[in-house]
Design a protein around this ligand. Structure first.
Ligand code: FEO
Length: 163
């Protein structure tokens, strides 16, 4: 059964939101690199790639269901980050917002009796639990670290291990 227009439109908006996430994290990766925190920068770069993969999952899904992919402008992210803590506060807040968007998509899929989309979204619901937890863990560590340069470098090393 071909996907309905209303659902397609909503998923297209989500493709844009995922690409924005990718862009946002890419900007954060640059901020960290500029501030000699290569581990944080590497973590963000991988995160940016993951968001690109999320966008592609939706992209492929729309096409597979016979829908039309419509790509729109990607908003420019904020580039005036002041501290790693401020960055991770924004990351956590952003991921919570993305979870809300996924939940809204699920609500729409249910209203439209679109069981295929409902099933596809299950992966994203699980993924968001992980995304929020990862961001929250780093945010909590940064709050513990406060102004300790040693602590910051230790965390930078840890985050640089992400492959
Ligand atoms: Fe695509 Fe970080 O959620």
């Amino acid at each position: 059964m071909e996907i309905k227009d209303k659902m397609t439109k909503a998923i297209n908006k989500q493709i844009n939101a995922e690409l924005y996430s990718s862009y946002l994290y890419l900007g954060m990766s640059a901020y960290f690199k500029k501030n000699n925190l290569s581990g944080f920068s590497q973590w963000m770069r991988i995160q940016s790639n993951e968001e690109q993969a999320h966008a592609m999952k939706f992209f492929n899904y729309v096409l597979e269901r016979g829908g039309e992919v419509l790509l729109e402008d990607i908003k420019a992210p904020n580039e005036n980050w002041k501290t790693p803590l401020e960055v991770f506060e924004a990351v956590y807040k952003h991921e919570v917002k993305v979870t809300t968007l996924i939940n809204e998509l699920l609500k729409l899929a249910r209203q439209e009796n679109d069981t295929a989309t409902e099933s596809m979204l299950k992966w994203f619901i699980d993924e968001q639990v992980e995304e929020e937890a990862n961001a929250k863990e780093i945010l909590d560590k940064l709050r513990l670290i406060k102004d300790s340069v040693n602590g910051l470098f230790m965390l930078d090393h840890e985050l640089g291990e992400r492959k």
